[in-house]
Design a protein around this ligand. Structure first.
Ligand code: GLV
Ligand code: MG
Length: 320
């Protein structure tokens, strides 16, 4: 089973259409944690083959600064899927980390793709399971089956919400992808979906990523959407444009004082539970009582901050 704590940060994942050479070139230096080169819905069916070849070339040229590189293939039931996956692994082996699978709705689809990847890895001499899978949940059936999907294969690294396809799949009455539908004033229309993905992901050690906010010029709307999913505990969100990157990175990073506090709790807990510190279980840190559960919560914030490259600005001094 993979563990989200040992994975690279994915606060922001840049989506790059494989048919857009200028974006493929520019993506290399943009400051997102992750990137995926797209062969699916951002590419017209008329240029699917050209996009595949552009992506293979871009991967072989390399130079992507992001810590996690994926390629989104076309869905399993399309005429492009077989050639997408085999071209990527045989023509650009070792240049990317994960295949992103769109429109996943059953665990058997994952097993099928995993066995194809195993054969291709063997064919090109890559280690078994060196390629991961990012799973997009973006229709009603996918959500109904999300727990069995999440549990189904050790290649799975992330569950990714696809709001555009999902909104269409459930007939949500809105065309503004990622934003709340007009007329729904009672709460967050995406709460149930995001929470269900989050619980499934956490149960099986996967990162959980929110999808795109399509209102590129509406940076305030992006902030609201990103804050909602970051507050729930999701790990990150897609970005479609350079203007979205800093906002998403900042919102999905712990605040400096929260990071410092988490690090202090970890040090204090280690010290006070040791023989030297009195072998205690629950102790006071300033005005706050901390115990094993506080340590677990602090670990989450500390891991997110460290993965994002944060440095602490305070240090722990034991008081006896
Ligand atoms: C992304 O793939 C979406 O459907 O929102
Ligand atoms: Mg989609």
């Amino acid at each position: 089973m993979t563990n989200e704590r040992s994975q690279p940060a994915r606060r922001s994942t840049l989506a790059v259409p494989g048919s857009n050479q200028r974006m493929l070139d520019k993506a290399r230096t943009l400051g997102t944690d992750a990137v995926f080169l797209d062969l699916e819905d951002s590419v017209s069916s008329l240029v699917k083959v050209q996009a595949r070849s552009n992506v293979v070339t871009a991967l072989n040229e390399g130079g992507f600064q992001q810590g996690a590189i994926s390629v989104r293939v076309n869905a399993l039931d399309t005429q492009w899927f077989d050639d997408d996956i085999s071209a990527l692994v045989t023509q650009a082996p070792g240049t990317f980390d994960c295949v992103m699978l769109p429109k996943v709705h059953s665990a058997s689809q994952i097993s099928h793709v995993s066995s194809i990847l195993a054969k291709l890895e063997a064919q090109v001499g890559l280690a078994h399971e060196s390629l991961g899978i990012e799973v997009q949940i973006e229709d009603a059936l996918g959500l109904v089956n999300v727990e069995t999907i999440a549990a189904s294969d050790s290649r799975i690294r992330t569950l990714v919400f696809g709001p555009a396809d999902f909104m269409a799949s459930i007939n949500m009455r809105s065309m503004v992808v990622g934003a709340q539908p007009d007329g729904y004033t009672e709460g967050d229309a995406f709460h149930y979906v995001l929470m269900r993905l989050l619980v499934a992901g956490r149960a099986f050690g996967l990162q959980v990523i929110d999808g795109p906010y399509l209102g590129i010029k509406d940076l305030d709307g992006l902030r609201v959407a990103a804050h909602r999913s970051a507050a729930l505990g999701l790990d990150g969100k897609w970005v479609l444009h350079p203007d979205q990157i800093d906002i998403v990175n900042e919102i999905f990073s712990p605040k400096q004082d929260a990071f410092d506090h988490a690090e202090l709790i970890l040090d204090a807990y280690d010290y006070y539970t040791s023989h030297e510190g009195g072998a205690r279980g629950a102790v006071m840190l300033g005005d706050e009582m901390i115990d094993e559960a506080s340590r677990k919560m602090a670990l989450v914030i500390s891991a997110k901050g460290r993965a994002a490259g944060m440095q602490r600005t305070t240090s722990f001094e034991p008081v006896s």
